[in-house]
Design a protein around this ligand. Structure first.
Ligand SMILES: *[C@@H]1O[C@H](CO)[C@@H](O)[C@H](O)[C@H]1NC(C)=O
Length: 505
C-alpha cells in the first residue's frame, strides 16, 4: 500500500516576482459568478476520499470549468477505477484536468488557420511559453480521440506562433487582442532591449527553454496526431525566427579583436534581488565565443543565470531542433529542416564538449551552467528543463554513466546546494523560493527517472515543505499539476504494480 501526502501538489509555490493579476475577464456571464480558483483551491471541498488522508475534491463545479473534454473525463474515470490507493486516485482526478478546468481563459476553434488558445499559468493571468506547452502535454495522448482537444492544440500552436513572431526574446505574454481580455501590468520597472509592447508582453525575460518549448508543443502534437496542418507560412516563419535568435545568441561577449560584441538582448530591473536582473549593464557575465552553445539570460525558474550557457536548456533545444528537422523534412521543407538539424547537432556536441566536467567526488558530470571559458556552476533547480530531467527530455539515456553520476550528485546534499532536507522531507528546490522549499516537480521527475521500486515508493510518500507539513506557497499552479498527471501515466505504464489494482493494466 502506498501512502500519499495530504493534498500535495494542489498547493504549491508562489512566484516571488510579478503581480498575480486576478482579473477574471470576459468569461461567459455564467462563469463570472464562479469563485476565483486561487481561493477555491486553497480550501478543501467534499466529497473526501476514504483513504488515509481523506483528500478533498478540488475540481471546480461543472459550470465553472473553462474547457470540457469527454476524452479527458473518460480517462479520469478509467484511471480512478484502476488506481489502488484512493488518495492517489483523487490527486490524479484533481490534477489531470486542472489546466482545462481552470486555465483555458480563451479559445476559438478554426483549424490550423484560425484556432487560438490562451492558456494562463494559473494564479497569474498571463501565458508562459514553457508552462503552456507543459500544461497541455498530458492531453496530447488523447488528441486522436477528441476533435475538440485537437482544436485546442492547434489553437495553442497558433497563439504561440503569434507570440514568437511578436517578441521572440520574451517569456510570458498577454491575452491576444481578439480575446478582448484585459492585459495585466507585471508591476516591474524593467529596461529591456529589444523593446517590446507591454500590452502584448507580460514579461520579457529571455530564456532559451521558452523557444525550445515552442518547438516541443508542435513536436508533441505531431507525434500524437500525425497532423501537419499547422505547418502554415506563419509557423515556418516562427521557426526561422527561433533560428535567428539562436544564431544571435551564439555570439560570445567579445569579438575576435577583443571588442564588446552586440549581445542583442539586455535586461535590467529595479530590484533588491540579485536573481532578478543582469549585471554588466544588462548583458550578464562574459561568455566565450564560437562554442555553438546558446546564451540564456534567465532560467526556467525565471531567475537570472549565473553563467549564461544554461546546459539543460541547450540540451532540450538540441533535441527539439532535431525533432522539428525530421518533421519538416517529411513535409518537404528541406532547407529549413537542414538548418534545424545542423544547429541541433552543433548544440548537442557543444553540450557534451563544454557541459561535462570532471567533479572531484562524482567524476564526469553535467554542469548546470558554464561560460565556455571553463567555469561552471554545479547545482540543479527543480524547474524543467533541469539536469535531473535530461533523459525525459530525450537528450541522454537514463543508464548513461555521466547522467547517473550527475543524478547521484543532484540528489545529495553534499553534491547539490539546492537539494533541501528537513524533518519531513527532501528534494530539489531552487533559489526562486529560497532554501527551505523543495518543489514537488523535482520529486516527480525523480520518480520518472528511477527504475528502483523502493525509491519510487519513498518519493510517493514524501511531503513538500521540508520542515513543516502542509505549508505550501502556491494554491494554483497548473504546470505542477500537469507533471503530476504525467508521472501517474508514467508509473501506470512502467511500474503498474506500484500504483494499480492487481490485474488492471
Ligand atoms: C569565430 O569563428 C569565426 C569563423 O571561424 C571567425 O571568423 C571569428 O573571428 C571567430 N570569433 C571569435 C571571437 O574568435
Amino acid at each position: 500500500m502506498i501512502l500519499i501526502p495530504a493534498a500535495v501538489l494542489l498547493y504549491i509555490f508562489s512566484f516571488a516576482s510579478g503581480s498575480s493579476g486576478s482579473g477574471l475577464s470576459k468569461l461567459s456571464s455564467r462563469q463570472e459568478n464562479c469563485p476565483d480558483y486561487r481561493t477555491y483551491a486553497a480550501r478543501p471541498h467534499p466529497p473526501y476520499t476514504s483513504g488515509q488522508y481523506e483528500l478533498p475534491f478540488q475540481r471546480p463545479v461543472a459550470e465553472c470549468r473553462l474547457f470540457q473534454s469527454q476524452a479527458v473525463d473518460d480517462m479520469i474515470q478509467e484511471m480512478v477505477g484502476k488506481i489502488a490507493d484512493p488518495d492517489l486516485a483523487r490527486l490524479f482526478e484533481n490534477a489531470y484536468p486542472n489546466t482545462l478546468d481552470t486555465t483555458v481563459r480563451w479559445h476559438v476553434s478554426g483549424g490550423a488557420r484560425d484556432a487560438q488558445s490562451f492558456i494562463v499559468t494559473g494564479d497569474i493571468n498571463a501565458q508562459w511559453l514553457r508552462d503552456s506547452t507543459n500544461q497541455l502535454s498530458q492531453y496530447q495522448r488523447l488528441v486522436k480521440d477528441d476533435p475538440k482537444l485537437k482544436e485546442l492544440m492547434l489553437g495553442a500552436i497558433n497563439t504561440q506562433v503569434d507570440y514568437v513572431l511578436t517578441s521572440p526574446y520574451c517569456n510570458a505574454f498577454q491575452p491576444p487582442a481578439k480575446s478582448r481580455l484585459e492585459p495585466t501590468n507585471n508591476g516591474q520597472e524593467d529596461s529591456v532591449h529589444p523593446l517590446y509592447d507591454p500590452t502584448l508582453v507580460f514579461e520579457c525575460k529571455y530564456e532559451i527553454d521558452s523557444l525550445a518549448n515552442f518547438l516541443s508543443l508542435a513536436n508533441q502534437y505531431h507525434a500524437h496526431s500525425s497532423d501537419t496542418s499547422f505547418l502554415t507560412p506563419r509557423f515556418l516563419s516562427a521557426v526561422e525566427t527561433v533560428l535567428a535568435v539562436i544564431e544571435q545568441q551564439q555570439t560570445g561577449t567579445f569579438t575576435a579583436i577583443g571588442a564588446p560584441s552586440d549581445m542583442v538582448y539586455t535586461f535590467q530591473r529595479r530590484t533588491n534581488s540579485g536573481t532578478e536582473t543582469l549585471n554588466l549593464g544588462g548583458i550578464g557575465n562574459p561568455l566565450a565565443s564560437n562554442t555553438s552553445l546558446v546564451r540564456s539570460a534567465f532560467r526556467p525558474s525565471d531567475d537570472a543565470t549565473i553563467l549564461q550557457f544554461f546546459i539543460p536548456g541547450n540540451a532540450m533545444l538540441a533535441v527539439e531542433l532535431k525533432r522539428i528537422a525530421t518533421l519538416l523534412k517529411s513535409a518537404g521543407h528541406t532547407t529549413l529542416s537542414t538548418v534545424c538539424q545542423q544547429q541541433g547537432l552543433a548544440i548537442e556536441a557543444a553540450v557534451n564538449k563544454y557541459g561535462i566536467i570532471t567533479h572531484p567526488v562524482y567524476g564526469k558530470v553535467y554542469a548546470y551552467e558554464v561560460d565556455g571559458y571553463g567555469s561552471h556552476i554545479i547545482m540543479d533547480d527543480a524547474n524543467l528543463p533541469s539536469l535531473l530531467s535530461l533523459p525525459l527530455l530525450g537528450f541522454v539515456d537514463v543508464n548513461d554513466p555521466v547522467y547517473q553520476n550527475t543524478r547521484k550528485m543532484i540528489l545529495s546534499q553534499k553534491g547539490n546546494p539546492y537539494f533541501l532536507k528537513g524533518k519531513h522531507g527532501e528534494g530539489v528546490g531552487g533559489p526562486h523560493i529560497g532554501i527551505r522549499n523543495a518543489w514537488p516537480m523535482s520529486l516527480l521527475v525523480q520518480i520518472m527517472t528511477s527504475k528502483d521500486d523502493e525509491e519510487i515508493k519513498g518519493l510517493l510518500k514524501m511531503s513538500v515543505n521540508v520542515d513543516r507539513l502542509s505549508q505550501y506557497t502556491r494554491s494554483w499552479f497548473a504546470w505542477a499539476n500537469a507533471v503530476f498527471a504525467q508521472t501517474v501515466f508514467d508509473l501506470a505504464e512502467r511500474k503498474p504494480h506500484l500504483i494499480l489494482k492487481t490485474g488492471s493494466t
